[in-house]
Design a protein around this ligand. Structure first.
Ligand SMILES: CSC[C@H]1O[C@H](OP(=O)(O)O)[C@H](O)[C@@H]1O
Length: 363
């Protein structure tokens, strides 16, 4: 998407042809920093410590990690070591495992002298595919927004609530949950977005709000606990969120707090949609709540909050007593029964095995 008058993706091959440049999202919205990742270790740290985050972007970054590893050492040993190192970074987003398996399956039978070039080409292909998938998700989600807009008075805004960041910063471009929003803006449909701040890492407050502001999307930042109240008072027409892994039965794993939004939406008859590209579907999982691994991150992310001080310094402040332990499950699973529909690149699926199979019969 555009940042000022320049178009950016979230990740791209450095002009040296080997390294990978990324937007280091830890510093947004205060600073727009681009960093170069030169080794597979650099890339593993960037994923683990959330310099880049978001399921599709994690997958693409890992794919480039395999390419960088092959450029350094194209041996089988290095191929497997890179797979293990990158796989160990974050357990929940299925896109990471999908991309790593895709790369290793491609590279294993290739002569070692050809592996690096093949790997970079495939990583770039996965990145390009992500952009196309998200654009298609946007078109399919736009139809939902149009239908809601048709039931409103001329000029009355469609109020959409989203949780965390499933925007272009979570992907290579466009985003998943935000793709329909951006296309609605392009189509001249009046929209307004309630942006959940999304504790503890504040991906909503720091990333989604930055995205919305950068693209002129009317939006309001809210605390995570306000969404139910707004839905009770008819202030939300639609909830659209992303997902890190969706089970074959339609259960949806997403940032912690998504489940609570889905409960409130159900209780208030607010449509609750999940936007996802098909690589985010885990066809091997039939019960999301029991089978999807939930990443437990450091409690320090709860106790210490990043922000910009009055003197302009970006720093962390402690919001709880030093001695207080903090739990930090990073995701939860929304049962399919609470999901109105899954917005994919092929259309909107009912959140069920049969619904997904209808759109993806090859699985
Ligand atoms: C389009 S996937 C976005 C998804 O990823 C986020 O998690 P994290 O920021 O920890 O990588 C969140 O669950 C978003 O919905």
């Amino acid at each position: 998407m555009n940042v000022g008058d320049r178009h950016y993706r979230t990740i791209w091959l450095n002009k040296d042809g080997c390294s990978v440049d990324i937007i280091d999202q830890r510093w947004l919205p205060h600073e727009f920093r681009i960093v170069t990742l030169r080794t597979v270790d650099d890339i593993a740290v960037a994923i683990r410590d959330m310099w880049v985050r978001g399921a599709p972007l994690i997958g693409v970054t890992a794919a480039y990690g395999m390419a960088v590893a092959m450029a350094a050492d194209p041996s089988d040993t290095a191929l497997d070591a890179a797979w293990e190192k990158l796989h160990a970074t974050r357990p929940t987003a299925i896109n990471l495992r999908w991309a790593l398996d895709e790369m290793r399956k491609l590279l294993r039978p290739v002569p070692v002298g050809e592996r690096a070039e093949m790997a970079y080409r495939r990583a770039a292909g996965i990145a390009d595919e992500d952009v196309e998938l998200n654009r298609a998700i946007g078109e399919n989600g736009l139809a939902i927004i149009r239908e809601i807009a048709a039931g409103k008075k001329p000029g009355e805004r469609v109020n959409i609530l989203t949780h965390c960041n499933a925007g272009w910063l979570a992907t290579v471009d466009y985003g998943t949950a935000t793709a329909p929003i951006y296309l609605a803006m392009e189509a001249g449909i009046p929209v307004h977005v309630y942006v959940d701040e999304t504790r503890p890492r504040n991906q909503g407050a720091q990333l989604t709000a930055w995205e919305m502001a950068g693209h002129g999307v009317p939006h309001t930042l809210i605390v995570d606990n306000a969404g139910g109240h707004l839905m009770q008072h008819g202030d939300v027409d639609l909830v659209i969120v992303g997902t890190d892994r969706t089970a074959a039965n339609g259960d949806v794993c997403n940032k912690i707090g998504t489940y609570l939004k889905a409960l409130a939406a159900k209780d208030n008859s607010v449509p609750f949609y999940v936007a996802l590209p098909s690589p985010t579907i885990d066809w091997t999982v039939s019960d999301g709540i029991r089978e999807i691994p939930i990443e437990e991150r450091s409690g320090e992310e709860v106790s210490l909050v990043w922000g910009k001080t009055a003197s302009g310094e970006i720093a962390q402040v402690r919001v709880s007593p030093e001695a207080t332990p903090a739990g930090n499950p990073a995701f939860d699973v929304t049962p399919a029964r609470l999901v109105t529909g899954l917005i994919t690149e092929r259309g909107v699926a009912e959140a069920s095995r049969s619904g997904l199979k209808a759109l993806f019969p090859e699985h």
